[in-house]
Design a binder for this molecule. Structure first.
Ligand SMILES: Nc1ncnc2c1ncn2[C@@H]1O[C@H](COP(=O)(O)OP(=O)(O)OP(=O)(O)O)[C@@H](O)[C@H]1O
Ligand SMILES: [Mg+2]
Length: 460
């Protein structure tokens, strides 16, 4: 017995589902990484770079103001320029506070501290310059500005430029990383699609293979069953035929001989009023009745009329006997040109009609039935119809009979088709259709009317 493919198919489905779940989780993880890279590095960097550009602008403006201050005539005190720097200092410090709060995670604490200290150093030097100038020490103030304030501004500008460059570098690095992730994800998708297509292909091929195997097995079992059914039916027919012959030939002969001996004994000088003569006469009548019963039984088991006169005559005989025995009025009608059908074909058709009529008597509750034979040039149609309660619809029978199964088997052996039509209280019709062909190798005669007829036999 071949194992069912269900377990393997379920396993395949489970593996596919696990692979899909794993791939989906991995893709989500990659997407989250991508999002983090986008917000933590690129967005933060861009925001920080904007603030650094603002600081750089302030530092450039400071440079211009410093130049103007230094180029002013000596008669004009540089303390008067202080107001021009206050607004710039406020804006720069505000931008610096925002920048410190938002600086990117890639920047080190030393770098940040360096920026803050360069800003602080510049403003403390600037304060010193303006304080000195406001005390009237103009020359000293100008000397401090030249020696310290300018270098501090340059230092601050260099620091800001360095940080801007670092931001650009880390953004370029993040871009490369993102491109790598996209490339990796694309390759993963291709690999996953290929694996999924291969898995689907494998499962489908396995399904096709196991289906084919199963169909082959069903086919072989079905042909084994057909052979077995045919054997069973032929053995059954053989047994019935031999029992029928035994009954007719052996017991029939014996009872005929016993009857003749009894008739002779009656005539051998036994007085007419003798009780022995009366008893002998009774025994002879019983013997005669038994002989009739045995002949009738023998005919029922295997009607000799089938072999001698063919199917149509056998059904004619049987419908009469059946009506007498079952009490069901049975009418036989023949359409077309009747031809003599004998052999296995006739036996199978006869048994199907016999079973259908027996079912009508047993199950239909009808008081009449009809058998119809329709002969055409290449086929025979037999309808057996009753007018009773019909077959129970959709309900499982209490007991499984063999009659309908055997009818179908016989129809199959004849290469024919058998159809059952039934409706509640509208009776049941059994329709048998068999193809026939001319068989010139075995010509036979239709004895009815003594005329020679065409002989047809089943295409089985
Ligand atoms: N002409 C009919 N009218 C109503 N019911 C029918 C008729 N023929 C068959 N059936 C229903 O179909 C069932 C199956 O019939 P089938 O000939 O296979 O078995 P059975 O007659 O019960 O037993 P078996 O034929 O083996 O002696 C019957 O039991 C009966 O319920
Ligand atoms: Mg039956």
């Amino acid at each position: 017995m071949t194992k069912s493919p269900t377990v393997r198919l379920l396993l395949g489905l489970l593996i596919t589902l696990i692979a899909i779940a794993a791939f989906s989780s991995y893709s989500l993880y990659q997407l989250n990484g991508l999002r983090r890279l986008q917000t933590d590095t690129i967005d933060a960097n861009r925001h920080d770079s904007l603030l650094l550009i603002r600081i750089q602008n302030d530092v450039s403006t400071i440079g211009l103001r410093l130049r103007d201050m230094m180029q002013a005539p000596a008669s004009r005190s540089i303390a008067r320029f202080q107001a021009g720097f206050t607004g710039l200092e406020e804006d720069l410090m505000q931008a610096l506070a925002l920048e410190t709060a938002l600086h990117p995670s890639t920047r080190s604490a030393e770098e940040q501290a360096k920026l803050l200290s360069s800003v602080r150093r510049f403003w403390s030097t600037a304060d010193l310059v303006f304080e000195t100038a406001s005390r009237g020490q103009e020359r000293e103030a100008r000397a401090i500005a030249t020696a310290e304030l300018f270098p501090r501004r340059s230092d601050l500008a260099a620091n800001v430029s360095h940080l801007l460059e670092a931001n650009n570098l880390s953004e370029a690095g993040a871009d490369t990383k993102i491109a790598r992730i996209y490339e990796g994800a694309q390759q993963d998708i291709y690999a996953f699609l290929t694996a999924t297509i291969l898995a689907i292909l494998g499962t489908s091929l396995y399904l096709i293979y196991s289906n084919r195997k199963m169909f082959d097995q069903i086919e072989s079992l079905s042909s084994q069953r057909r052979v077995l059914a045919a054997k069973l039916i032929s053995v059954q027919e053989e047994v019935l035929r031999s029992v029928s012959r035994e009954l007719h030939d052996e017991f029939g002969q014996i009872l005929t001989a016993v009857g003749a001996m009894l008739a002779r004994a009656e005539k051998k000088g036994i007085p007419a009023d003798s009780p022995l003569r009366t008893e002998l006469s009774e025994v002879r009548e019983i013997t005669h009745a038994t002989l009739e019963k045995i002949r009738s039984l023998s005919q029922m088991l295997h009607p000799a009329v089938i072999d001698d006169y063919g199917l149509a005559r056998a059904l004619e005989w049987y419908t009469e006997v059946f009506e007498r025995q079952s009490g069901l009025r049975t009418r036989l009608t023949i359409h077309g040109d009747p031809v003599r059908i004998t052999g296995q074909t006739a036996i199978h058709c006869f048994r199907i009609a016999q079973e259908a009529l027996t079912n009508a008597a047993k199950h239909s509750g009808s008081d009449h039935a009809a058998v119809e034979l329709l002969f055409s040039t290449d086929s025979l149609h037999i309808n057996i119809q009753d007018f009773g309660r019909g077959m129970a619809q959709g309900k499982k029978p209490d007991r499984r009979g063999l009659g309908l199964i055997a009818m179908r088997e016989r129809a199959e052996l004849l290469n024919g088709t058998l159809e059952l039509t039934s409706a509640p209280n509208a009776g049941t019709t059994v329709s048998l259709y068999i193809p026939l062909r001319r068989d010139e190798a075995a010509p036979e005669r239709m004895l009815a009317g003594g005329e020679e007829q065409e002989v047809l036999s089943a295409r089985s």
